[in-house]
Design a protein around this ligand. Structure first.
Ligand code: SF4
Length: 333
């Protein structure tokens, strides 16, 4: 008798969409019947962009670029989001899951070092099948799961063996900030539990692995965007990362750029991070003993970090030109 070694996928079973609990919000939307959850997603897959991206951390982007696929919608909708067209506006085009498979193969053909799934949390139920199909059809590059960090541990467990590199945020140590800025007061506990599971998976798989050129085929990077006026919380975030996962590579970013809403609101989040704030956080990372710290030179507010969301690569491969159909923008807030 053959043993079925595939892990049971209860949460990532597409049937679970009848009362969605894919993300920690567990809002129970009947997405199978077309209802939209707090993330803005219903039953159909929406994508905003699929193209090579050169500005991830060096082991992810290398010289050739990371094959980023931006999923529309987001369970968090942070008030300062720099991708707000996608996260809150739900910008994108509906495509069948088979197109997701084709996109992965097209990105590989274009020379991508990896497939980088950006904010796929609310579409994670499609990933086991899509990745299995893509592997069957010749996908051989690693898969990066690029997430806000607000993930159910059960979902992360069910993705074990499918994801090679975890690229996860850890945004806040304070429940108050989680509540005020991302509408999720349980962010710190949820992110810490998910991070611990991601780090354990990398260890179980044999630890970080690289190509001869230094780009990675397996590993984890924990990202933190320093927010203006909140350097102390950033230091507590680093404490929590250390407690949950130990000496994992961290990426401490100063690229915060106030969006129009934040500029209009005034206050702390209407400005960039100062060099003193950034140094305080970097010094704390160093003091804690993190061995690998990615950091950014120069200041914030560089638009090149944010790609144009123009549906490039969603309907036709990216090097065949920009998307030619007008994408729908929805008010999914
Ligand atoms: S993924 Fe979306 S629909 Fe599902 S629980 Fe989260 S917010 Fe609700």
């Amino acid at each position: 008798m053959e043993l079925d070694l595939a892990p049971a996928r209860r949460l990532l079973d597409p049937a679970s969409l009848a009362s969605c609990g894919l993300c920690p919000r567990r809002c129970g939307a009947n997405r199978a019947a077309g209802e939209r959850g707090a993330c803005g997603a219903a039953s159909t897959l929406r994508l905003a962009r699929a193209a090579l991206h050169m500005w991830e951390e060096p082991p992810i982007s290398g010289d050739a670029g990371s094959g980023t696929i931006f999923f529309s919608g987001c369970p968090l909708k942070c008030v300062y989001c720099q991708n707000h067209e996608i996260s809150t506006g739900n910008f994108g085009i509906e495509v069948p899951p088979e197109r997701l498979v084709e996109i992965m193969l097209e990105l590989q053909d274009q020379g991508a070092l990896n497939i980088n799934l950006v904010t796929a949390t609310h579409y994670a139920h499609l990933l086991p099948q899509a990745l299995a199909d893509a592997r069957r059809r010749g996908l051989s590059i690693p898969v990066v799961y690029n997430t806000s960090g607000y993930e159910r541990v059960e979902a992360i467990r069910e993705l074990e063996g499918l994801v090679d590199i975890w690229l996860t945020d850890f945004k806040y140590a304070s429940s108050r900030l989680g509540s005020e800025l991302s509408h999720v007061p349980d962010y710190p506990q949820v992110a810490a539990a998910a991070l611990a599971e991601m780090a354990s998976q990398v260890e179980r798989a044999g630890g970080q692995a690289s190509r001869p050129d230094g780009t990675w085929t397996r590993g984890i990077i924990v990202r933190h965007l320093v927010l203006p006026g909140h350097a102390d919380d950033s230091c507590r975030v680093l404490d929590q990362i250390w407690d949950a996962a130990g000496d994992v590579p961290v990426s401490v970013m100063n690229q915060y750029t106030p969006n129009a809403a934040m500029r209009a609101a005034g206050g702390l989040l209407s400005r960039a991070v100062t060099s003193q704030e950034y140094e305080q956080v970097l010094n704390h990372a160093d003091d804690l003993g993190f061995t690998t710290i990615f950091w950014q030179e120069g200041g914030a507010v560089d638009e090149s970090f944010t790609p144009p969301f123009d549906t490039t690569g969603v309907l036709v491969r990216a090097d065949a030109g920009s998307g030619t159909l007008r994408a729908e923008k929805e008010d999914a807030s």
